[in-house]
Structure formats: C-alpha cells, structure tokens
Design a protein around this ligand. Sequence first.
Ligand SMILES: Cc1cc2nc3c(=O)[nH]c(=O)nc-3n(C[C@H](O)[C@H](O)[C@H](O)COP(=O)(O)O)c2cc1C
Length: 208
Amino acid sequence: MTEFDAAALDAQTQYKLLIGSITPRPIALVTTLGSKGPNAAPFSFFNGVGSDPAMLMFAVGDTSGHAKDTVANIREIPEFVVHIVSDAIKEKMNVCAIEYPLGVNEIEEAGFTALASKKVRPPRIAESPIAFECRLLQMIELGRVPYHVVIGEVVYFHYHEGIVDERFHVDVGRVNPIGRLAGRGGYTRITDRFEMPRLKLGGGVIEG
Ligand SMILES: Cc1cc2nc3c(=O)[nH]c(=O)nc-3n(C[C@H](O)[C@H](O)[C@H](O)COP(=O)(O)O)c2cc1C
C-alpha cells in the first residue's frame, strides 16, 4: 500500500490526490446573476444530493484569495442554473473557466446563447442538453481556503428534445456528458457503458 497521513500533506498535495482519485467527476456549468450581469463557470466538485425535493451541490474554492464571481453573485441573488456539460459544448465550457473579472459575461465570451429561465432570474444556456433551475438552500463555508459548498433545490428541469422518455428515463447516450479527470486537461466521454442490475436480498435482481 501507498499511504499518507493527511496531516503531513499541504493543501495542493491533498487537492492532487483528491482530484486524481475521485474520477470521473460530472461537470456543472453554473450560470448566476449579480448587479454586474450574468456569469457562467464550470465546477467538477459537483453531484446530486437528494430527491425530495431534488437537490444538488457544487463546491467553489476561493483559490485566488477571494470569493469567485459565482459565489459573489449567489450572495446577491440566491438562484442559479446548473447545466450538464456535453461533448458538443466542451470547448465553450472551457472558455467559461477563464478567470475573467466580475462583470465579464462568459456566456457571450464563449459564444453560448442565453435564454430566459422560467422560475429563476439567472439565464440558462440553450446549447446545454440539460439545465436545472435552482434556488439556493444553503451555502456552507468549509476549510481553510475556504470552499463554499453551494446546495440548491431544483425548481425546473429542461431537456433537449428526445432525451427523456415518457417514463422519465434519461437517455445518457443522447446527452453525451463529459467527465473531468485529473491534471490540467484530463476529461473522459461515456463511450464504454455496461449494465449491472442491483441484487435482491435472498437472490434475484431488482427490476427496472
Ligand atoms: C472542468 C473544470 C472543472 C472545474 N471545477 C472547479 C471546482 O469544482 N471548483 C472550483 O472552485 N473551480 C473549478 N474550476 C475552475 C473554475 O471554473 C474557474 O475558477 C472559474 O473561472 C470560476 O469562475 P467565476 O469566478 O466566474 O465563478 C473548474 C474548471 C474546469 C475547466
């Protein structure tokens, strides 16, 4: 075994171990709105956290010594839209990760199309196959950097045509999400899928 006591590692080393180990990570492309206009940025410390109501989280690190624009905007307007990043929009997503000053509209810089959201004030991005309009439930400040864990309630779901069937099953093959790996440019596609049904206690598998 290779092993490390976290107490003996600096923050950068722990970051490298985390992002190299927790892979692939889904990517949330998050739009927010503040007094200086809309903002878009990707975050791969991202996941769903519950379904009654539908809730998700992403974590923003103040790695440059001040709150990122996403956090500053959510403090002003506690609403945001989380977009799933597909292979088709990966380059535009990457433009949104540039550390522009507050007030620069990454949606325009990236060449995305902004659409009005239904229930929240920040705009949504037309090109993303899936968008979740969210209201802030909690923003938790953690750690020394610090990180802001943003937890939102999904109040409106958007899908491009043909992704969701009448039984509410989402066809991931039509979404083509990309996942984040480690390093400066590591990503993966969903090109090698398999199925493994859940097992029932006492034998057999859980259907559906
Ligand atoms: C794929 C990808 C994933 C990222 N994940 C995170 C993350 O989980 N947390 C974070 O703080 N920054 C993350 N970043 C960096 C932010 O996107 C970047 O700092 C961005 O400029 C922040 O924008 P803002 O200041 O407009 O909020 C990621 C960047 C990329 C390209």
